[in-house]
Each structure stands twice: as C-alpha cells, then as structure tokens.
Design a protein around this ligand. Sequence first.
Ligand code: GN1
Ligand code: MG
Length: 386
Amino acid sequence: MDIEILNMLKKVSEYYDLDGTVADYIRCDNGHINDTYKVKIVKADSEYEYYIFQKINDYVFKEPEKVMHNIKVISLHLKSKKDKKCDCKIIDYLDNKNGSNYTHCEFGYWRVSPYVKNSVTFETVENPKILRSAGYAFGRFQWLLSDLPMDELYETIPNFHNTKKRLNDLFEIVALDPVGRAKEVEADIKFFENNREIASKLIDMQESGLLPLRVTHNDTKYNNILMDKDTCKPLCVIDLDTVMPGLSAYDFGDAIRFAASTAVEDETDLSKVALDLEKFEEFTKGFISASKGFLTKNELDTLALGAIVITIELASRFLADHLNGDKYFRIHRPNHNLERARCQIKLASDMIDKYDKMCNIVKRYSWHMPQYAKNVRYARLRYKVN
Ligand code: GN1
Ligand code: MG
C-alpha cells in the first residue's frame, strides 16, 4: 500500500459524509483511462464498508463537469421510470457535502460510489451463453434512454466515434511522427489505407440521414457490466463517461469486439485472435430482444458492420497513441499500444472474412421485428455540442 495514495484518498473522503475513515485500498486496474480504487471505510464500531473512489482523467475528459452532468441526467431519467420495469441499473455516485456528484480538489476530479456487493467483472467470456444477458443489458440500456431528449446531454469527447476522423488523425500522426516510431508500423498503416472506405460507412450513413443518433453508452466492454458473482447475471452498467449521442451499431459492435473475441484485447499471439461466432450469436440474441422494436431497419442491418468499424477504429486509436508516445491509454509495458493495435487489426480482419455470416445471424434474430417489414421513417435528431 502506497502511503501517499492512502493519504490522498483520506483527503478526498473528507469531502463526503461517509460515516467512517479510510483504512485501506486496492487499486483496480482494468480500465485504461481513469484511476480507480476500492476503498475500505471503517466505522467507529469497527464495522466496515467498501466504496469505489475514482479519479477522472482530465487529459482525456477535458471538462469533467460535463461528464458528471450527463451522468446525473441519465440517472434521473432512469429513476423517473420507476413505474415502468427498469431492469437496467446504473452506478449511483454519492453527493459530496456541497451536494455535487463530483469533487474538484487539489488532487483533481473525483467521484465516489458505494461498492456493489457480490459483484464481479470479467475480461473474457468462458461460456458463450452468458453473453446473451450482456447483450440484453446493453440493449436495454439503449432502449431505456431512447426517450431522453439528446439536447440535455453534452458531447463529452467530441468526435469520439467519428471513425473517419480517427483514421485521418492516424494518417496525420504518421506524417508528423513525433517520437520516431512511424517506420516500424508501415505494414500496419497499409491495413487502414485498404479499409478506409468500410471504416467510413456508418458515419457517411449518419451524415446522409440514414442512421439516427441515439443516446448510447459508447464504451460497451464486457467489463463495464457488473455481474452477480454467483448467478453471473448483470447487476449494473458502469463507466458512463462517454454516454452521449451516438450510433446504436457502435455500442453493439464494441461489445462484440471485446466479448466475442477468442482472445484478450492485447493478445500478442495473433494466431489466437478471431471472432467467435457462437459468442456473436448469443450477444446478438440478447441485444435485439432488448431493443423492443425501437431499432430501425437500417440500424439492424448495420449492427454487424458496427463490429468491424469499431474494431478498425480502436486499432487506429491504439496505433495513433503509440505513435504519439502513449499519452492517452494507460500502458503496462513498452509497445503495449502497438500490441493492442495489432491484435485489433487481426480481429477486424477476421470479422471482415466472417461478415456475411455475422449478417445472417443478425437477420435470423431480426425478422420478427415489425420495422423489418416496413421501412421506418424517422427524423434526424440533433444535439448540443457544448
Ligand atoms: C477505454 O476506460 P476504459 O478502459 O473502459 C476507452 C474506450 C476503448 C477502451 C479499449 C474514454 O475504455 O474508448 O474502447 O479503452 N475509453 C475512452 O479497451 O477513450
Ligand atoms: Mg471507459
């Protein structure tokens, strides 16, 4: 235990009414962006409770106030649905002594939430069947937020899933080559040059009004669902920092990228990396059944494409960060971002090979949807940018 971190956590805790003092902590290492600690708070009678303390990364989130505003809006919206069946819970942040859901202090931007008892997160999926409930949880999340007016939300990271721009950013950084690493990635760059068109497809469709914006999660990794330790059922969707207007296919696709892969996100033995179609099918069943018919035909038809596009996008982001000297994603070893990028390139290539099979699976679970028969018309939705 690092005494400086412990003292920092103690100081942060003083902004809250926690009925006890910080005694111990464990660092949770599964996110690439924020610093997360599971903190033990001991009460006067020696009983204790755990809380999650999280420092928001303000290199990534330039305006953490806006992130926390969005989370408040979403949380109020879900609570307002008490009368309806609200079976998708989200994490609840505590108000500090000033009534704010975050604290800005000498140590940065912090937020605190109760630790969800008996919860666990998974980095990989052993049993494909479990993925059906994950698909349901993320689909349900979108459905429950589908009547939230988008102008109540800020865009916390502009152009977050603008894949077209992400690829342009990568080509720009290759040209600038700020830390002299471009030479070693020439073969990787070819992949992005060859797949530029497919990577731009969803943004093009959105820009021409063929795909609607939704309130989406935008970071639907499997480890962003807290699961019940005993039943492996979803308890709660977490990591709401990037909830903002986006495309449904990106949420579907990002979940597939992470959970339906045969390997972890940074696997270095690329022969192990592929899309597992059985996992794909289970997640698809859950996601589509939770959408309660709100997805348009174009949205359903582009779900499989979403998996390819988001995987290419993330590969480009990892590679750009490698070329930029590893400023954005936390790394745990030299060349980690390069390894992550190569793993995602391999996964995306395998998805491209399996595209027809993925589309057939999506179709199999979409035929019963009313919108699949009629071509649903919808208005293009607009939202606030700052
Ligand atoms: C980051 O915070 P974390 O680790 O859940 C990233 C996502 C990437 C993901 C890849 C704000 O998510 O976009 O898909 O890493 N979050 C942000 O693992 O950039
Ligand atoms: Mg995240």
